[in-house]
Design a protein around this ligand. Structure first.
Ligand code: C2E
Ligand code: MG
Ligand code: MG
Ligand code: MG
Length: 281
């Protein structure tokens, strides 16, 4: 009760503050142009091992180089693209780019895996695992270097079809990650039927957790579950040294967040790693 009051009190000023007018949503023509007119770019954010500080993988995050508005973040166009039925094509493009960049990194001696966010519509396409395998072959990358991130709520629609697709992806060697864990509406029972091998703790629990008992309790329980189920754990939204130290103390495996690095273009990764290593974790 006390905690709830605190949370509501903290939320009150925001409720009253004048909010910026709802940004105009994008129409199908513009979105079509973004995707087919090559206006999308992919940036990458490092995932590092919390004990050794080593770079383990990166997450691919799509951005839109809008001709008038500049860099537009995915929060503003993923949902509209979903409702226009354009997400299959968007995912293909991000996958192709991410796998191509991964191949370049391997050539440069960077042994990283790449994670791509997929969307609910991909889990309706029975041929999706074969498409993924084909794209990996085309790029000259093992499917094992690819991880697919999906949120809990994506399983809700057609569980049997989703489980079929996810199982075949896993058998081909792709990693499967539960993204934003703790924020969806799926049942744990359903979630654990799918062959996930990674659990990403949502940043709403991670950022500032050292000052918040409730967040910490959720993190501890989630990490214990991940460990018991043999899944590797990733904390997203690690913004400060304090966040890092706490995640280390709680036994999390990997971290991702502004404390380590902001997302960056593919060709900066090698340079970033050199600097990161110089700082000597
Ligand atoms: P996500 O998969 O949970 O990705 C993490 C988001 O958190 C990214 O936002 C990243 O820039 C941001 N972030 C990383 N570290 C920190 C931190 O320390 N503090 C804070 N405050 N934020 C941090 P971004 O790039 O705006 O992406 C938002 C969401 O859009 C992603 O959330 C993902 O669900 C979706 N998304 C991005 N790219 C794609 C894509 O190619 N396909 C699909 N289907 N969804 C995508
Ligand atoms: Mg993600
Ligand atoms: Mg996430
Ligand atoms: Mg998140």
């Amino acid at each position: 009760q006390e905690r709830l009051k605190e949370i509501l009190a903290a939320a009150a000023p925001m409720e009253q503050a004048t909010r910026p007018p709802l940004a105009m949503s994008f129409g199908p023509d513009e979105l079509w142009q973004a995707i087919y007119g090559d206006e999308l770019v992919v940036h990458y954010q490092p995932k590092v091992d919390i004990h050794h500080g080593s770079l383990v993988g990166v997450e691919a995050l799509v951005r839109w180089m809008h001709p008038e508005q500049g860099l537009v973040y995915p929060d503003r166009f993923i949902e509209p693209a979903e409702s226009c039925g354009l997400m299959d094509e968007l995912t293909m493009r991000v996958l192709r780019t991410a796998l191509r960049d991964c191949h370049k990194w391997h050539d440069e001696g960077l042994d990283v895996s790449v994670a791509v966010n997929i969307s609910a519509s991909n889990l309706n396409v029975l041929g999706f695992p074969d498409v993924v395998q084909h794209l990996a072959r085309e790029a000259g990358v093992e499917v094992g270097s690819l991880c697919l991130e999906l949120t809990e709520s994506m399983l809700a629609k057609d569980l049997m079809v989703s489980l079929d697709i996810l199982t075949r992806l896993r058998l081909k060697g792709a990693g499967l990650s539960i993204d934003d864990f703790g924020t969806g509406h799926s049942s744990l029972g359903q979630l654990l039927q799918a062959p996930f091998n990674e659990l990403k703790l949502d940043r709403s629990f991670v950022t500032g957790a050292s000052e918040d008992m409730s967040k910490r309790a959720i993190l501890e329980a989630s990490l214990r579950m991940a460990k018991k189920l043999g899944m590797r754990s990733v904390a997203e939204g690690v913004e400060t040294r304090k966040d890092w130290d706490l995640m280390k103390a709680l036994g999390c495996d990997l971290v991702q967040g502004y404390f380590v690095s902001r997302p960056m273009p593919a060709d900066q990764l090698l340079h970033w790693r050199a600097q990161w290593q110089d700082q000597g974790s």
